[in-house]
Design a protein around this ligand. Sequence first.
Ligand code: ZN
Length: 164
Amino acid sequence: MNLSDQWDVLTEARRTLPVPVKSLPAMLGIKMKPAFLPSGISGMLEKNGESFLVTINAADPDTRQRFTLAHELGHYMLHRHLIGDGLDDDRAYRSTEVGKYHNTLIGPKEETEANKFAANLLMPREAIARERERLGNDVSKMANLFGVSEHAMSIRLGVPYPRA
Ligand SMILES: [Zn+2]
């Protein structure tokens, strides 16, 4: 599947809430497996020849797994040329030496890009505007509807997160 078809898959997925992020790897032609990664690691993206494998820490809550997966898909879509053999993301979504890989080509700029990609994938702007009309700034209901953490949703809505 070429890059333009892959972007179409992502656009289509944004029409459903919660965005079916866990179906996306298969639809994009990459492998995914949940695994119990070291506790400091949220996700991993590996490249073997032309094939990619994304691993998500199965010990994390579902909302975090979804965000991690969206973040790794961001690296896959935006930073494919920098992945080398692989990368690990720590709990703050920074490339780290704690895991199997220490990818120094993925820096703060790339991490910010992957986080923005993840937020836009899981909380599409149009859907946020539409549902906000209905639910207002009810962070808990909005978070549930989009399948994200209340923290992620409060950032997206630009409202204070009471438990921060
Ligand atoms: Zn990352």
